[in-house]
Design a protein around this ligand. Structure first.
Ligand code: HXC
Ligand code: NAP
Length: 255
């Protein structure tokens, strides 16, 4: 039986690129997201045999049922990627409790539901889990109080499960991207060219990530090459989370 990758939120953007990378390597692939239309569109690009499930990661039962169905058809899961997320920019003073809750429930509770639902269906030992975090986990970004809280929570889920599931031979890591070009996330965070330029200036490597930059980190973390790596949060952010580097760079060069 071929290796099996299950990608939660794998129907657009970065997560779809991740799912596609496994498909291109000859793996069996399963994806899950809310919209049946997005699931169908993703499946059309993932090749024959890929499985898709329309479910909300906030619905633990639906997530567990989808994962069980995928494991029954494709076999136990070798690589589990949890990347479903919601984001919008809102100052805390304008954010309703439900707005805060919505993002925390999609990102953090959703990640728990995916991990929990998959536990009985992982190919242990050897299974590898990657949770998609973000630079906001380290960096307090104005307008992103909900996202920062959710992603920091995800990274603590990663570290805790690395402890609990390590003895079973299961690795658990996070990948924390900075700004990624051509994505829904950055359309929301940097909707104008001026905003894109300012974000770029804040990144020490002075460019946005490509989706391939993130894909490479995720596939490495689910490969034997990283066999002794667990419980890490791997920043793929061009140095952004080193903190205010753009501003400090300007300060150091001020005349
Ligand atoms: C303030 C907002 C808001 C906004 C929604 N809300 N949008 N508040 N500003 N722009 C509030 C609503 O008023 C409501 O609160 C609550 O949030 C729930 O809104 P719903 O629309 O009912 O939620 P839902 O249908 O579940 O949709 C979730 C969503 C939506 C997050 C709001 O945008 C979504 O589905 N996003 C998925 C796609 C996405 O965000 N992709 C980007 C991921 S990138 P009230 O109180 O009115 O009921 C990413 C990181 C990028 O995560 C990092 C870059 C470095
Ligand atoms: P995207 O294209 O909007 O992808 C989000 C995916 O999650 C979609 O497939 C969406 O499909 C699914 N999803 C959203 N809410 C869901 C829910 N409640 N249940 C199930 N699926 C749900 O976003 P992206 O920009 O590529 O971001 C992908 C990941 O990378 C996210 O975890 C994000 O936080 C992270 N990230 C992105 C950036 C960036 O620059 N874009 C930077 C750092 C981190 P449906 O709409 O069909 O549900």
């Amino acid at each position: 039986m071929t290796d099996h990758a299950f990608v939660a939120g794998g129907t657009s953007g970065i997560n779809l690129a991740i799912a596609r990378a496994y498909a291109e390597r000859g793996w069996s692939v399963s994806v899950l997201s809310r919209s049946q239309d997005k699931v169908d569109a993703a499946l059309a690009t993932l090749g024959e045999g890929a499985l898709g499930y329309a479910a909300d990661v906030r619905d633990a039962e639906a997530v567990a049922a989808a994962i069980a169905s995928a494991a029954e058809q494709h076999g136990p899961i070798d690589a589990l990627v949890s990347g479903a997320a919601g984001n919008f920019v809102s100052p805390a003073a304008d954010l309703s409790p439900n707005g805060f809750r919505t993002v925390v429930e999609i990102d953090l509770l959703g990640t728990f539901n995916v991990m929990r639902g998959a536990w009985d269906h992982l190919r242990k030992p050897g299974a590898s889990i990657v949770n998609i975090s973000a630079a906001q986990s380290w960096l307090p970004v104005p307008g992103q109080i909900h996202v920062g809280a959710a992603k920091a929570g995800i990274d603590q889920v990663t570290r805790t499960l690395a402890m609990e599931w390590g003895p079973e031979g299961v690795r658990v890591n996070s990948v924390a991207p900075g700004p990624v070009e051509g994505t829904e996330g950055m359309r929301r965070l940097a909707p104008t060219q001026a905003a894109v330029d300012a974000w770029t200036e804040a990144v020490p490597l002075r460019r946005f990530a490509t989706t391939d930059d993130v894909v490479n980190a995720v596939t490495w973390l689910t490969s034997p090459e990283s066999a002794y790596v667990t419980g890490v949060v791997l920043s793929v952010d061009g140095g952004l989370a080193l903190g205010g580097s753009g501003m400090i760079h300007r300060a150091m060069h001020a005349e």
